[in-house]
Design a protein around this ligand. Sequence first.
Ligand code: UT7
Length: 335
Amino acid sequence: MQSQNKPVNAAITAVGMYVPDKIMDNKYFESIVDTNDQWIVTRTGIKERRLMENGATSDMAIFAIQDLMKTSGLKAEEIDVIIVATVTPDMFFPATACLVQEKIGAKNAWGFDLSAACSGFLFALQTGASLIKSRQYKKVVVVGSDKMSSITDYTDRNTCILFGDAASAVLLEPTDNLNFGIKDSLLYVDGTGKEALYMKGGGSLNPASYQTVDNKWHYIYQDGKAVFKVAVKGMADISYEIMQKNGLKGEDVAYLVPHQANLRIIDATAERMGISKEKVMINIDKYGNTTAATIPLCLTEYCRDGKVKKGDNLILSAFGAGYTWGAIYLTWSFD
Ligand code: UT7
């Protein structure tokens, strides 16, 4: 029992995921744009990604949460808060969280969407953890869900090979054993990044019109080289910084759980942290960049493979559009 005045940590106590069945491999991209498997694998590490053919971001989020509920025994009525990290909401409003709440039957929950692109899951996790630490809420579901195919230009080889569709969710609950749960976070935004990675159309600045559609402003634009330069430094630095701040050495970290945008960025981050490749969660080869879903997708897969143990120290880190970036240090709370 938690006494009323004792501090609590927020711990991840359950995980769930959904990836659509339809696979788009590198061969498929060779048939639609001027690219090749070797370029994609060596420059990014991606071999396949998934495509949500029927359904939207909310549907994937629902499937991921239902998977979490099925495997953990969590009941929909027990959920206090639903936070959906996404840059591909079903609509501007209502929030995707409302659509998810209704479909899963979480009749006692409130919730909202959080937009921080590839850092969305980390920002949402920290927000959810703060709600738990406030002691006002006991069960917060954080889901990263992005249907990137809905904003991808499949004639642009610079971007179309990178992204995939997926959703993944975690449950946050309070623990009065402060050896477990989320222990620290470092999160940042820097709006100067707005020129390098964006979707220009559809918002209040450029409302949808024939012109915005003709100009392809409803698709992702990315200056890959510019983003790469800051992402590779940003993600490595922040991951190292959170280790330094918490007195952690390479051997104290069981896993780096990195955003899956580019294997070269991930490798550089692990190197800066002084940890070996076996201690890095990777699934970019199977799913590509699924934006807000990458980190919980890694957590779910590695957890289900029995690779994450109670007491393991994890460093989660991400870099994305905005710019947004950050790292979270947590100690895993279940086997
Ligand atoms: O998750 C959110 C944050 N995003 C990121 O972290 C992504 C960061 N950026 C990257 O991961 C990399 O910049 C990319 C994977 C997007 C691109 O890799 P790169 O090594 O930076 O390539 P580049 O953009 O410098 O392009 C090199 C060449 C260019 O040709 P030229 O100008 O040298 O003739 C491109 O046109 O590769 C060409 N290219 C391609 N070739 C074959 C670009 N895309 C492709 C492609 N297939 N799909």
